[in-house]
Write a protein that binds this ligand. Structure first.
Ligand SMILES: [Zn+2]
Ligand SMILES: [Zn+2]
Ligand SMILES: [Zn+2]
Ligand SMILES: [Zn+2]
Length: 803
């Protein structure tokens, strides 16, 4: 998903295959990235440009007044169906395209915000509508909405001011029909009554809205590593590379690293609504870009569109401005190309824009200097690569094989600076030549586009550098020396991302609001570089948990870590999700190392073969014992002689998964009865051939709980959820974050079903588990605390109700 689109990748593969063998050899050997980049430069010609241009046309991100009209009308449809969240998203899409009707779009969006109870945002949109020239004849309507908002926010004086403004407007307006006038006047008198009531009984306006979620966690910063706590230190040895170690006994839940991303780019992501209407040119589906701020990743409500494109949307004017100053003014005209070349290319570009030309140029030049030294050393004898490969194990080994810890700045500090980013490993020699070629060609494409554009922006990333990039008169095959430097740096970053990219994720709750029980899924929001967090090595059985808040990552201990133990996190292949063989295969492919974590050593030692994680096994349809074997599986019970082909079982599993998907669709379509019916059938089917601990069985139980909860059948819901929790616990452990999420759901169900004492118990467990992994400020943890407070306030009679 982060790599260039497949059609461009395929083009690059064909191009690679057509190269002269001697050029191929040269490219395959070119170790300094500068050489790779310069060799690829002349290979990007008119044909390549033309091909990319055509591909990029599909991702067009310009502004089109017709699109604005389309989205506005779609928004109106949703609004009339009282689907205000959907309407809000569609109006936001409408305002991202300029049109003469901008003011109406903002006004309509303010109405949706009003219905959703976001009064402050509603007021902002009313101001925007007015600033965009909202038609005079409609003014009374919008001013009355403004009055209502102000009243609801307790701003009585302002409300009174607006009311008299409306009154004079109505009095002056000759075009109003008498009925309209009557309606407006009645509305005004209603509002005046409301205002009077407010005045006579001034309730305290809850200031809770301004949830200044200050981080109360004790923060003792590390003297040596920025963004890390003093409980960790940076170590180096030849087999683990750079790594972090506990300097004291650490308790579960303690924060170890809290780091702001050096750079992050929002993933365009897959569309969230799959109702593609073939007739329309405009896509009304909602994507990551519609839901999160392009810069800070905050969840969007009333988004502020980019001035130049319809793609970038921001949470505030300030974010829009900062993004524009730091990188987006350069990126904006490249929007479609960047979407085609993928997130990695985009991160590579943004990294150099954020760092600024002066910084990039100085590090690239310094690196060239080091490079010459290296070549001299190589000429003297032992190649650096050999020394590295003989000991290389984990990411983080010194590229220059220095005895000292690399990348620390002159004062011995490791900072999350551009220097640290620049020095992350590229593993340039381990990537396939085809992959390097694709990356190089993509970066050349960006450089060519930058050359066409006005490059004064490139100097804005850093304050010191005022160096304007002179637009030399160059032939199309050439690049200015400045762009050659940037190109080389970008290629470096693109290769680094292969091993160092961190997916920024977030738990997204369903927007439908139909279900009482939170239906949430983990989604990938962005791809980012965190130079300090990158110091952590991998383990398939990690001792930390990683959570994100916007562009900030927090690494917490998920279990007690004794002093001296290495701090590790999981790069993806987790012990609970796949078997050792598959994990090691994946790690070798993507991260170029053979995992020797304890979980891998244990599993390989115990000779457990197969790729499934424990628990995901087939079982005998007649006696329920487990089935064993490779292509043909045999019942493990001696008395039974059943034989089944693996293919047959896999097909059955596939069918069942499809059924469960269908049931989930029914749940989303608000047909809980049908969903429950189908899920009950799925459960019977599953019992026939899956072990009771199989994850799919757990999923079915979880969905059943959700279905019953939607129907208000709390006891059934709780019963099924307990089954799901058992399976999740067996798989991930009772204190895992996965179990925490399930406990949270159970707490919601018990809370809604007034099963007070059990709810309190479950709330306690869920809170303990979740705050270890996600910290005390986590939204779910806070909600649990609110639930508890609410239950404790109930009258005693309810507390002792028989359930
Ligand atoms: Zn923002
Ligand atoms: Zn833009
Ligand atoms: Zn492992
Ligand atoms: Zn059997």
């Amino acid at each position: 998903m982060d790599l260039p689109v497949e059609r461009w990748a395929a083009y690059a593969r064909r191009r690679w295959a057509s190269l002269e063998p001697c050029l191929q050899r040269k490219l395959a050997l070119a170790v300094p990235l500068r050489d790779t980049f310069l060799l690829c430069l002349p290979l990007f010609q008119a044909a390549e440009e033309e091909f990319l241009h055509r591909l990029a046309a599909r991702n067009w991100v310009g502004k089109d007044p017709r699109a604005a009209l389309f989205y506005k009308e779609e928004g109106n449809k949703s609004f009339h169906k009282e689907e205000y969240t959907a309407a809000l998203r569609l109006y936001s899409k409408a305002v991202s395209h300029n049109s003469p009707e901008m003011s109406l779009c903002y006004a309509n969006r303010s109405a949706a915000l009003f219905h959703l109870g976001h009064f402050e945002d509603c007021l902002e949109d009313i101001d925007r509508a007015e600033a965009q020239g909202y038609p005079n004849r409609l003014q009374p309507k919008i001013l009355l909405r403004k009055t209502e908002c102000l009243l609801l926010l307790g701003r009585l004086e302002e409300a009174a001011g607006v009311i008299s403004k409306v009154e004079s407007k109505i009095a002056m307006d000759q075009s109003l029909t008498s009925t309209t006038r009557q309606i407006l006047l009645r509305k005004i008198s209603q509002l005046k009554v409301k205002a009077h009531e407010k005045e006579s009984s001034p309730e305290l306006v809850p200031e809770a809205l301004s949830k200044t979620q200050k981080d109360l966690e004790f923060w003792e910063e590390n003297g040596k590593i920025s963004s890390a706590f003093s409980s960790v230190s940076l170590n180096f040895n030849s087999c683990r590379g750079r790594h972090l170690v506990a300097t004291k006994d650490i308790l579960p839940g303690e924060s170890l690293v809290k780091e702001e991303a050096f750079v992050s780019v929002l993933s365009p992501g897959k569309s969230l609504l799959l109702q593609e209407s073939a007739e329309t040119t405009w896509d009304s589906r909602v994507t990551n870009g519609d839901l999160h701020c392009h810069r800070c990743l905050k969840r969007l409500l009333a988004s502020v569109p980019c001035r130049g494109c319809s793609y970038a949307k921001y949470c505030s004017k300030k974010c829009a401005q900062l993004a524009w100053e730091h990188y987006h003014s350069t990126e904006c005209p490249l929007g479609a190309l960047l979407l085609t070349l993928g997130v990695f290319s985009h991160v590579a570009l943004r990294t150099v824009l954020v760092a600024g030309f002066a910084e990039v140029s100085s590090l690239v030049k310094q690196f060239h200097g080091d490079d010459k030294e290296l070549h001299k050393a190589e000429a003297r004898g032992k190649s650096q690569d050999e020394t590295r490969d003989s000991t290389a194990d984990m990411e983080g080994l010194s590229e220059k094989a220095e005895p000292l810890i690399r990348d620390c700045e002159d004062d011995g500090q490791y900072r999350g600076s551009y220097q640290a980013v620049f020095n992350l490993l590229t593993h340039a020699e381990k990537h396939s030549p085809e992959h390097k070629f694709l990356c190089s060609l993509s970066i050349v494409a960006i450089c060519k586009k930058l050359q066409e554009a006005d490059l004064t922006i490139l100097s804005q990333g850093s304050c010191e550098s005022q160096s304007r990039l002179k637009a030399h008169v160059l032939t199309s095959a050439e690049l200015s020396p400045e762009l050659q430097i940037l190109g080389e740096a970008m290629l470096r970053h693109m290769l680094q991302l292969h091993c160092n990219a961190q997916a920024v994720t977030s738990i997204r709750e369903s927007e439908s609001g139909a279900s009482v029980v939170t239906e949430s899924e983990q989604v990938r929001l962005a791809t980012a570089l965190f130079p300090v967090t990158s110091l952590l090595n991998h383990s398939c059985d990690p001792n930390t948990s990683v959570t994100f808040s916007g562009t900030v990552v927090t690494v917490r201990a998920s279990q007690p870590i004794p002093r001296g133990q290495e701090i590790v996190h999981c790069y993806g292949p987790h012990r609970c999700r796949m078997g050792a063989a598959e994990r090691r295969q994946r790690l070798l492919c993507q991260y170029f190392f053979e995992c020797r974590c304890q979980a891998c050593l244990d599993e390989l030692g115990s000779n457990v073969t197969g790729t499934a994680a424990t628990g995901d096994i087939f079982c005998c349809s007649s006696c329920h014992a487990s089935m064993q074997g490779e292509d043909v599986l045999r019942c493990s019970s001696g008395a039974c002689t059943l034989l089944v082909g693996r293919d047959y079982l896999l097909r059955q599993l596939w069918d069942l998964q499809l059924q469960v998907q269908t049931a989930l669709g029914l749940l989303k379509d608000k047909q809980p009865n049908q969903a429950v019916e189908l899920l009950m059938r799925c459960r019977l089917d599953a019992e026939n051939f899956l072990s009771a601990e199989h994850m799919l069985v757990g999923k079915i139980e979880d969905h059943l709980a959700q279905g019953y909860a939607t129907l208000g059948k709390w006891q059934e819901a709780a019963r099924h959820l307990r089954c799901s929790i058992q399976i999740v616990e067996a798989r991930h452990g009772p204190s895992s974050v996965e179990t925490g999420h399930e406990l949270f759901k159970l707490a919601q169900i018990l809370f809604n079903g007034f099963a007070v004492s059990e709810a309190l118990c479950t709330i306690q467990r869920a809170e303990t588990v979740l705050s270890v992994h996600c910290g005390p400020q986590n939204a779910q943890v806070q909600e649990l605390q609110e639930m508890r407070a609410c239950l404790l306030e109930l009258p005693r009679s309810l507390l002792h109700r028989v359930e």
